[in-house]
Write a protein of this length. Structure first.
Length: 192
């Protein structure tokens, strides 16, 4: 059984779908929710689903051991970033090499990097008059939105779209693809 930790900073809509996807899995279990925000909606989901959670503190995350000891103690094998807004420290990346994946709400390498998340991404896409956008699921490395791409899916951007309508289209792609791609990535990892 592979033990998964979901890192999230917000409401947890992707986390909820991931939890639901693996609810009856015989090989993958969502074992921990990690958040950097005490009031994040994802923590209410963790409580409802009876999944243990930890609220991480900035100093320990970036200047301490990046919670590697706590993750290893809970036998976490794989980390999924689902709307987690902090950059992942090198200590965590080294401890979980090729075992941390992220979802980004654009077609990387476009519209990635520091400060490019959520509405900011969608506003940039519209401002640039892009005709398509989408999602990128990728491994995490030391740079923002940079690691090896696992999967991309796109959707059209219409002239009448707003950041909210683009966000809705992108969320539909996330909900449709993220749980399945996580499952594939974990199985690929096991086969190595």
């Amino acid at each position: 059984m592979k033990q998964i930790a979901i890192f999230a900073s917000g409401a947890g809509s992707n986390a909820a779908r991931i939890i639901n996807h693996f609810r009856h899995s015989s090989s993958i279990k969502i074992s921990l929710i990690v958040s950097n925000k005490p009031g994040a909606g994802v923590l209410a989901i963790a409580e409802k689903e009876q999944i243990p959670f930890i609220i991480i503190e900035k100093e320990q995350f970036f200047r301490g051991n990046a919670y590697v000891d706590e993750l290893k103690e809970k036998q976490i094998d794989f980390i999924v970033l689902a709307g987690f807004l902090w950059k992942v420290p090198t200590a965590l990346i080294k401890a979980y090499k090729d075992s941390i994946i992220n979802i980004h709400p654009a077609l990387l390498p476009k519209y990635g990097g520091k400060g490019m998340y959520g509405r900011f991404v969608h506003e940039a896409v519209i401002l640039a008059k892009e005709t398509e956008t989408g999602i990128t699921i990728h491994y995490v490395d030391e740079l923002y939105d940079h690691g090896r791409i696992i999967f991309q899916a796109s959707c059209p951007v219409d002239a009448t779209d707003t950041p909210e309508t683009v966000a809705h289209k992108v969320h539909q792609l996330e909900y449709q693809h993220f749980p399945e791609i996580i499952e594939k990535a974990i199985h690929l990892r096991k086969d190595r």
